[in-house]
Design a protein around this ligand. Sequence first.
Ligand code: NAD
Length: 277
Amino acid sequence: NTIPDIALNDGNTIPQLGFGVYQIEPKDTVEAVGKALEIGYRHIDTAEMYGNEAEVGEAIRRSGLDRREVFVTSKLNNGFHRPDDARRAFDSTLAALRMDHIDLFLIHWPLPTRYDGDFVSTWRTLEEFRRDGRARSIGVSNFQVAHLERLAAEAEVVPAVNQIEVHPYFGNADVRAYGRAHGIPTEAWSPIAQGKVLDDPTLVDIAEELGRTVAQVVLRWHVQRGDIVFPKSTTPKRIEENFHIFVFDLDDATMERITGLDRGEAGRQGPDPDTFD
Ligand code: NAD
């Protein structure tokens, strides 16, 4: 069960499978991340918004692993898009993690109706963090095609990733296609739709045929499409189960059956990035 590295457009690489910590209480985070690292995860996805950056840093230090062995992502919170606020917020993220650099830092949401629609100056501020080496890679989250096109026209650095909602009920095809065409790998958030796809009859059938769990089948579908995933769980057995997805394959027909479950916009679970502010 070897986790592949995905090449980013800036020369860095990211482990294709990671561990997400959204909605993990700070008091449970050291233990959950510690368990994930013990199992073999080497990529943790957190955010200032999740309130558990300090505990993520603590878990990595306690693991005894070298800092360089663990890929850490965090994200700029929505209240801090103005450049000076973004600089302070990034300092706070590094201070909370107690790290001198982060592997990947993202704009969490584009907020196209706030800040006079200006996410470009925010992005230029992330470019500074990359230039000074404190962010090895920079990227975006929840950016739609129009937002990515605007960055392409007005900024220097192409985002290293775009982290967006993707799961069998919401394929997010146009944003994924833009990323593929422009060298921006997709990170699929809520890869199992926060559990909502787990009792889908088609997926249950496939899982039974293969002798895998539904979560494993769905995570396998994501990685075979080339996307990066970081499922969240605080249950050791599930953290372990979600890790073992590189020991089996889905054939083309099975991949298509899963892709065919897409419900378009109706399948979206989270906010619409075009209106969310
Ligand atoms: P997810 O799709 O990973 O689902 C998590 C839920 O599924 C949890 O309730 C967990 O108990 C359950 N679960 C996990 N593994 C299971 C298993 N094997 N069997 C049964 N149930 C299982 O949802 P998520 O946490 O929303 O998304 C994953 C990560 O994506 C987050 O932790 C976060 O890092 C990131 N994320 C980013 C954004 C963004 O705006 N950028 C938004 C949401 C999530």
